[in-house]
Design a binder for this molecule. Structure first.
Ligand SMILES: *Cc1c(COP(=O)(O)O)cnc(C)c1O
Length: 439
């Protein structure tokens, strides 16, 4: 599989280069040039295969040429955890994606990316430094995924005092090759510092910087795997007509599902559920894309006013609004609707769901009510464990979700962070001092 920049089709790269550089040199996103036809591979999947076996089969077809004999290793190392499909009611199923080390779906992309980079760097003397800014969730998935990978150092910037205690513990207690820089500033400051570092040529020639943000194609593509796995499980239940509903913010998750569709997955359509940050549902309705500053909501991992993967979504459809909007329906969900859905699901089913998943469930219900999807099944992606958003869950449902072991352990450990000013010079100095080459 080869990749090209979304801004210039002649700027091309193989998977290794796309993964190790993150962003194309012109600032565009790497995107597959051709979509392979995997339809018959999908239909031939063994209904009893565990997730990791299905993942090996698909990755072999997609990137076997990049990994060679290491393909099996890359995939098995990446996925010691698996998605689970659980029915919510007659028509809605929940695809639980929170059984990984940080208890959110971002574990799938981060873990595969880490495993791929480990293999790509195995025979080189290069030491890559992953530099990433986080508002909470991405950083914890990245910290867990890259912990103790040889030849890789991780530097995470997070805004001091502006992430939840649980998120901070997840970021700052991993240790070893994972350093948390506690920035005296906002998340925007953190992002600005990272961007500045990436365009600083002196810094880049001394330190091998790379990115683990969701713009990295190596984080996005593996997310297609759980859509394929869900199809395998539905097929075993004789379900032939189905949709996916995806709680969306930066739209990486939805883009991965649509890639699976473009490779021949026989899904009838997608529902993109957003909170009140509704630029994409707006675009789907009107054909006009107007990014705006984000608004804070109870589903804060989806508070995005200018989703970075929108460029990729358009690339899949050659910017054809009609084609995109006939496959994807948007549903906008308010905080009140999120809370009500959490309470109802708990009262009716005894099930606790996190606010992002609740946006998805509301989206699925709305789609069923308004679009007349017949007796099709809607698979809603559960993007985080409810214990990650304990305050919102307690408020809406009046109960405290039990803490999974991974989160309980993080809470008990000692925090280690390096305080740093929200200033490019301070970050540059830190990176040169700790990771600069000495030749
Ligand atoms: C990141 C995140 C989302 C949004 O996913 P995108 O790929 O950015 O659309 C939804 N829910 C949770 C819990 C997240 O962490």
């Amino acid at each position: 599989m080869r990749f090209a920049s979304t801004r210039n089709p002649s700027l091309q790269a193989d998977f290794r280069e796309a993964v190790l550089t993150g962003l194309a040199p012109d600032g565009g996103l790497y995107h597959p040039i051709e979509q392979p036809d995997l339809h018959s591979l999908f239909l031939g999947l063994n209904p009893d295969s565990p997730f990791v076996e299905t993942a090996v089969t698909v990755v072999e077809r997609l990137f076997g040429d990049s990994f060679g004999a290491d393909t099996d290793d890359v995939v098995r190392r990446a996925f010691p955890f698996s998605p689970k499909l659980a029915p919510l009611n007659d028509q809605i199923d929940i695809l639980e994606l929170f059984h990984g080390p940080s208890c959110a779906f971002k574990d799938f992309g981060a873990s595969f990316l880490a495993s791929a980079m480990e293999t790509f760097l195995a025979d080189s003397d290069d030491r890559a430094v992953i530099l990433t800014a986080t508002s909470g969730d991405t950083g914890s998935a990245v910290a867990q995924a890259f912990h103790n990978r040889p030849n890789i150092e991780v530097v995470i910037l997070y805004p001091s005092g502006r992430v939840s205690r649980l998120q901070e513990q997840q970021l700052t207690t991993v240790g070893d090759n994972v350093i948390a820089l506690e920035v005296a500033g906002s998340f925007d400051d953190c992002q600005r510092l990272v961007k500045e570092a990436f365009v600083d040529s002196e810094l880049r020639s001394a330190v091998c910087l790379t990115s683990a943000n969701s713009i990295n194609i190596g984080r996005l593509l593996p997310q297609a795997l759980y859509y394929i796995y869900a199809f395998q499980l539905l097929r075993a239940r004789m379900i032939s007509e189905f949709y996916f509903c995806v709680p969306s913010g930066n739209f990486g998750n939805l883009t991965a599902g649509i890639l699976a569709w473009s490779w021949g997955l026989p899904v009838s359509g997608f529902v993109a559920a957003t909170n009140v940050n509704d630029v994409v549902p707006d675009y789907l309705r009107t054909g006009i894309y107007s990014p705006r500053p984000s608004i804070q909501t109870v589903a804060n991992a989806m508070d995005v006013g200018d989703p970075s993967n929108f460029e990729r979504l358009l690339a899949i459809f050659d910017a054809d609004h009609d084609a995109l909007s006939s496959l994807v329906s948007g549903v906008v969900v308010t905080d009140e609707q999120i809370r009500t859905t959490m309470r109802e699901v708990h009262e009716d089913r005894g099930l606790l769901i996190d606010p992002h998943t609740a946006a998805g469930v509301f989206g699925a219900q709305t789609f069923l009510a308004e679009e007349g999807a017949g007796d099709a099944t809607i698979v809603t992606l559960a993007t985080a464990h409810p214990a990650k958003f304990v305050e919102v869950v307690e408020q809406a449902c009046g109960v405290t979700p039990p803490l999974p072991q991974a989160l309980a352990t993080a809470l008990e450990r000692q925090k280690h962070s390096v305080p740093i000013a929200a200033d490019g010079t301070a970050l540059k100095q830190y990176l040169l001092e700790h990771y600069g080459s000495h030749d």
